[in-house]
Design a protein around this ligand. Structure first.
Ligand code: ANZ
Ligand code: ZN
Length: 806
């Protein structure tokens, strides 16, 4: 019987797994291996990126199960957020109904993919039973001093009508991450979570995250942007002391100008009086421009080291929200200062040199390295690092100061579909936390408006102050959805817990996540927030772990003709169409064998067909097992095949362990090819053949679980292959041993086959030519003077190269 009916096989095994509770992890499980894919945003349909992400996760989870681990592999829905609101408006429904219908569809699609989830642990962030714990966290963070409200300039997307976090503003043109509209700034009262309190720990602990890709750690480090330096004051004409931040106090003798950001209070005051300055501040200043621009003021500043009066500028390369919004300009040693000073005709003095004898010429370009101080009074001759310490000590106003690029996390959003911030605004008491027993604060009915629907919900807004009992109004901001995803991995340990966000004891046992898998686009925001929230929860003594994700794999993009595959680009291929036509196993196999997880891969129709073709052949090969058992003796080929089976197991194990998958799949594919030929052309010993099949089925089971179950039962096994054990090599499979055996045995074996079997057909010889051995077989073929074989082998590129050498 040839071919297999995926439409029959796949749903049948999915049902069987479900009925048997194969992937359910009981609450009393003892420290299961926690494998987690970043939960999907409920857009309404699985796309290829999801299929890739969750197949990687599922294959790894299934692999660990085959290794004998208990595996916790849950799934949930990141289901709050602006897109649902927009979709609801478009469809004239409300975000809740829309989102719930998306969840229904996506759940079905995931089930059709055969992902082995513990569905009893499913969560959805838009469920009040979930988001009440966001509100609870807000209170706890408030009590821990990690929440504050501040009127601040925020990024505002005029199209989405919402505030965006810095991380949600993309590109040099500063556009909205969602809709691409250029972002504006606005001044608004915003709630913040104090992630900067944890800046040092977040940066320091990156070093220990050696199960994370280096590029992700680097991106986080850059985002935190820790800069050790000093703060010190310059006396500015009538304005008194003005503070600056510098990383290079060792260059202070070369500070020949002083510059203020356009937003600095002094610049603003000067703008009132002076037309030129006002024009610059209001019109000309362009912080993003390539050239530093500025205007000279009538003020002077006193360099505290030299005592000299230096000119004061208002300049656009000085940023209002960095450091103190003022800087000391050292054109001899800083590139931007150099460009600015050259333009403005300010003195450029070298004060640091590679050595005292080689004072650099800084007229054309700054010398930016550390070195030895020159032209620096008593400090001349001192090394930069030592001079920084000494000057920070000696200059009266100077103190050590570490500056960070990281800002506190603005969690306020002026939109409907999110977690209401649990605060009541009282005219007498100010903002008051909603007490615990009143949680969750649920959302009112949805209304369509251009602004924030919560502002229009008059009834909902009206409440009483928890403190004084007087009339008060609810806060109408909702939380950034990154709050939802900053701790969801903890909720899976006790998804129905009505008394706590998670069961503390179980979380201590089950956390951290052993293997996390998700897109590189979450390298900064989601992963940094999750690390912060985990640390803050640990400090509340609810968790013994300070890092949530021990190992991380990031997956590249799915491309179509070199471009990111997406609905909006119109080049999307629906995974469901492939599941319909070829089955979930084919879709899974294709996405897994096309590229290792971190790499992008290009979608290809032929790739899908070839994956399906292989599964057909695989099915056929195992079906051969049903045919009348072959008779004959254990022969040279059987020993050959047995060794190849072992080598395949070893290679597959290595590949699954490091989540590369491609090698495991390629080797297993080759093994199946070998087994087919073995069965057709020889008189094999049944045991070796059967073992080969049983190994191949288990090696493929993590990636193509349905057909693997089907074939496992064809081979006469009762239980699920999902619960079988990963095969162990029967012999020594070290590279050295493999090589030794190869050299010792191969020549003779091939000669035996060629001679004894009287083989004419080159294809028959390729039975023993498992791919890794091909070049060796070529040597042998040449030696044993088998021209047909050579002809056949020469068609293989790898071998041809080797043949040319020979
Ligand atoms: C003097 C100096 C001399 C600096 C020197 C650097 C090199 P980077 O440049 O990334 O290391 N700075 C301080 N406040 C600023 C603001 N509000 N806007 C723009 N720039 C500001 O960052 C640290 C340096 O940025 C600081 O050290 C300061 O220039 C500048 F050879 O002070 B430095
Ligand atoms: Zn009050």
């Amino acid at each position: 019987q040839r071919g297999f009916d995926h439409g029959e096989i796949e749903p049948r095994w999915q049902r069987e797994w479900e009925e048997a509770g194969t992937f359910h992890i009981p609450d009393d499980a003892d420290d299961p291996t926690y494998v987690l894919g970043m939960f999907p945003y409920t857009s309404g349909e699985l796309h290829m990126g999801h299929v890739r992400n969750y197949t990687i996760t599922d294959a790894y989870a299934r692999y660990r199960k085959l290794q004998g681990d208990e595996v916790l592999h849950p799934i949930g829905w990141d289901s709050f957020g602006l897109p649902a609101e927009n979709a609801a408006i478009e469809r004239d429904t409300n975000p809740r109904d829309w989102t719930l219908s998306c969840i229904e569809t996506m759940r079905e699609q995931m089930q059709a993919m055969g992902f082995g989830y513990d569905w009893e642990r499913e969560i959805a962030t838009c469920d009040p039973e979930y988001f009440r714990w966001n509100q609870w966290l807000f209170q706890q963070f408030h009590d821990a001093g990690l929440v504050h409200r501040e009127a601040s300039e925020v990024n505002w997307c005029p199209d989405c009508e919402t505030v965006l976090a810095d991380e949600q503003v993309e590109g040099d043109d500063e556009h909205c991450w969602r809709c691409g509209t250029p972002v504006e700034t606005r001044e608004l009262d915003q709630w913040f979570w104090g992630i900067t309190e944890y800046a040092d720990e977040l940066a320091d602990d990156l070093e220990e995250l050696d199960g994370w890709p280096d590029n992700v750690r680097q991106m986080q480090e850059n985002w935190i942007g820790r800069q050790p330096g000093a703060r010190l004051e310059f006396q500015v004409s009538d304005n008194g002391p003005v503070e600056v931040f510098t990383t290079r106090i060792d260059t202070i003798y070369g500070a020949t100008f002083f510059a203020l950001a356009p937003g600095h209070a002094i610049s603003q005051a000067l703008a009132e009086e002076d037309d030129e300055i006002r024009h610059f501040v209001e019109e000309e200043a362009d912080p993003e421009g390539d050239e530093p621009n500025g205007v000279r003021t009538d003020l002077t500043a006193t360099n505290p080291a030299t005592g000299e009066e230096i000119p004061v500028f208002v300049a656009d390369f000085v940023l209002s929200d960095v450091g103190t919004g003022a800087l000391m300009g050292v054109p001899g040693h800083d590139d931007r200062d150099h460009a600015f000073a050259s333009d403005q005709g300010v003195d450029i003095v070298p004060v640091v040199a590679p050595s005292p004898e080689e004072v650099p010429d800084v007229s054309e370009a700054a010398y930016t390295d550390d070195g030895v101080l020159v032209n620096s009074g008593d400090y001349s001759g001192t090394e930069s690092a030592a001079a920084r310490e000494e000057l920070t000590r000696d200059i009266a106003s100077a103190t050590d100061h570490v500056q960070y690029r990281l800002r506190d996390w603005g969690i306020s959003r002026q939109r409907y579909w999110g977690t209401p911030i649990p605060v009541v605004e009282c005219p007498d008491c100010g903002p008051v936390m909603v007490p615990d027993e009143e949680l969750p604060v649920e959302l009112p009915e949805f209304v369509q408006t251009t602004g924030n629907p919560l502002d229009e919900a008059t009834e909902w807004k009206r409440t009483t102050c928890p403190d004084c009992g007087g009339d008060a109004e609810r806060e109408t901001d909702t939380m950034d959805t990154f709050v939802d995803s900053s701790w969801y991995f903890l909720r899976y340990v006790s998804p129905d817990d009505a008394d706590a966000p998670f069961d503390v004891e179980r979380a201590n046992e089950w956390m951290p996540v052993d293997q996390y898998v998700g897109g590189i686009e979450h390298a900064v925001m989601h992963l940094l927030y999750s690390r912060f929230v985990t640390k803050a929860i640990a400090d509340m003594e609810l968790l013994e772990h300070r890092e949530p994700f021990e190992n991380l794999v990031t997956q590249g993009m799915v491309l179509a003709d070199g471009e990111k595959m997406s609905k909006s680009k119109g080049n999307g291929v629906s995974p469901l169409a492939i599941v319909d036509e070829f089955g979930a196993d084919t879709a899974r196999l294709f996405t897994m064998q096309a590229a290792r997880p971190p790499r992008d891969f290009d979608w290809s129709e032929t790739g899908v067909q070839s994956a399906n073709g292989f599964l057909q052949r695989f099915h056929e090969t195992v079906e051969m097992f049903r045919e009348s058992p072959p008779e004959g003796d254990e022969d040279a080929i059987a020993a050959y095949v047995a060794r190849e089976v072992d080598a395949t197991i070893a290679a597959a194990r290595e590949s699954y362990d490091d989540l590369t998958f491609t090698e495991a799949l390629r080797e297993t594919r080759d093994l199946v090819g070998l087994l087919r030929q073995y069965r057709e052309y020889t008189d094999p010993h049944a045991e070796t053949f059967e073992r080969g099949l049983s190994v191949a089925v288990r090696l493929l089971a993590p990636v193509t679980p349905h057909i693997a179950e089907e074939l496992w039962s064809t081979l006469g096994h009762d239980g699920f292959v999902a619960e079988a054990s990963f095969p162990e090599p029967a012999g020594d499979v070290s590279d050295a041993e493999r090589e030794r055996q190869l050299v010792e045995n191969t020549r003779e074996d091939v000669r035996n086959i060629v001679d004894v079997a009287g083989i004419e057909d080159p294809e028959q010889v390729t039975i023993v030519v498992a791919p890794a051995w091909k070049h060796r077989a070529l040597d042998i073929a040449i030696e044993s003077d088998a021209p047909n074989v050579i002809g056949e082998l020469m068609q293989d590129e790898e071998i041809r190269a080797k043949g040319d050498e020979a």
